[in-house]
Design a protein around this ligand. Structure first.
Ligand code: ZN
Ligand code: ZN
Length: 413
């Protein structure tokens, strides 16, 4: 990835420096060696080595495994490019020649692609530094998958130790026929919160329920009643998901346990709706426990997760226009806000605009074979992020570098 570069077109880009084979080797190696949140040592070292070779001033260990590379290239705006690096506790089932070699760990969200894109873009922009001025800051973020990696980097001084950005940019691989670049101005991803519930009953012998207060039955009523929050308490115009992901209680067939534990996940797109839903959860849990006669009030613990991701409209418009010009007007479209969540926005200091877009990656043969006739139908049928079968088409490697490079150049002087 070190050849001379060329710059052409109204939308500036750099393509001659890209070596697809080198990108693919880099990507396959990362895919074979996935690392979980805050354990991305090998991944971070690879990224850091690539940045150093390209002339960046590299700081490693920002929030344990985070990497920050700075390329100061004269006066002009400061642009931050971010890629997340962590893999997931998923057993890969793709059967790919370059499948994970780590038992039970897989790059099932495509963060290996993100790191490869970041490294490729960093290198291409460094090679082409004669054509732009400003400062480029390249961020390899640990622990995006509910790990709090962005907050940890901010706590480790991301906002004070490095040049303050004029814009923060990032992208995510997503299912959909490879070759599209969805952009959503404004709200693009939802807020996520976890809620832990503990129901305190009275345990006893399974043959004598009259001497107990059964927390399993009470928790079951809670799970059922929670299904009415979205359907009966939230206006149809709002998008909300409330999922009970865990229900734990008991140890044996003939013992009525003393407590039950529920783990909830909430996705919202509006702070007032979020507030209202959290209130409804508290009310329903308390009400069911009172109805059952629980001896002690339940515990409801809110664990705030990631906030809404709200793209700067003007910035998104500018970058979407660049991508339209590069790849064709039909390749950029808006599929509206997703219920997924990201900690990307937490990397931006207050008031700094950011933009986050998508790169579709489903191989054409997989897409064609999926049942359904339209995008919405097919997209649910092809392996998506977090699936053990998620296998992005390597054909998106070069386009994903070009989207980042052109986005950065559209902001740099
Ligand atoms: Zn993910
Ligand atoms: Zn992800």
């Amino acid at each position: 990835m070190n050849e001379p570069i060329a710059v052409a077109g109204r939308t500036r880009e750099i393509t001659a420096g890209l070596k697809p084979a080198a990108l693919e080797d880099f990507y396959r190696d990362l895919h074979r060696h996935p690392e979980l949140a805050f354990q991305e040592h090998r991944t971070a070292a690879k990224l850091a080595a690539c940045l150093r070779a390209a002339g960046y001033d590299v700081t490693e260990g920002v929030a344990r495994t985070g990497v920050v590379g700075v390329l100061a290239n004269g006066d002009g705006p400061v642009v931050w490019l971010r890629g997340d690096m962590d893999a997931l506790p998923v057993q890969e089932a793709t059967g790919l020649e370059y499948a994970s070699t780590v038992d039970g760990v897989m790059h099932a969200c495509g963060h290996d692609l993100h790191v490869t894109w970041l490294a490729g873009a960093a290198e291409a922009l460094a090679d082409a530094r004669a054509t732009w001025s400003g400062t480029l800051v390249v961020i390899g973020q640990p622990a995006e998958e509910s790990g709090g990696g962005a907050s940890a980097m901010v706590a480790a001084g991301l906002h004070t130790r490095f040049p303050r950005p004029d814009a923060l940019l990032g992208q995510h691989v997503t299912p959909g026929l490879a070759g599209f670049y969805p952009h959503t101005p404004g709200l693009t991803m939802s807020a996520s919160d976890d809620i832990d519930v503990v129901v305190h009953g009275v345990g006893g012998h399974g043959s004598r329920p009259e001497s107990t207060i059964d927390p399993v039955v009470t928790a079951a009523y809670i799970v059922t009643r929670l299904q009415t929050v979205v359907s009966r308490e939230v206006a149809a115009a709002h998008s909300v998901v409330l999922t009970v992901g865990q229900f734990h209680s008991g140890t044996k067939h003939n013992i009525i346990p003393a407590e039950a534990r529920l783990s909830l996940n909430l996705r919202t797109q509006d702070p007032q709706v979020r507030h209202r839903v959290i209130g409804a959860v508290r009310r329903i849990v308390a009400g069911e426990c009172r109805t059952a006669g629980c001896p002690v009030p339940p515990e409801v613990t809110l664990r705030p997760g990631y906030p809404n991701t709200v793209n700067d409209t003007a910035l998104d418009g500018q970058i979407a226009a660049a991508h339209r010009e590069l790849f064709g007007a039909e390749t950029v479209f808006d599929f509206g806000p997703a219920m997924g969540s990201e900690d990307f926005s937490l990397l931006a200091p207050a008031g700094v605009p950011y933009d986050y877009w998508y790169v579709t990656s489903t191989p054409a043969d997989v897409w064609e074979a999926a049942p359904g006739t339209d995008l919405a139908e097919k997209i649910g049928k092809v392996p998506g992020n977090h699936s053990p079968l998620f296998a992005p088409d390597p054909s998106v490697l070069v386009p994903g570098v070009r989207t980042l490079v052109s986005a950065a150049l559209s902001r740099l002087a």
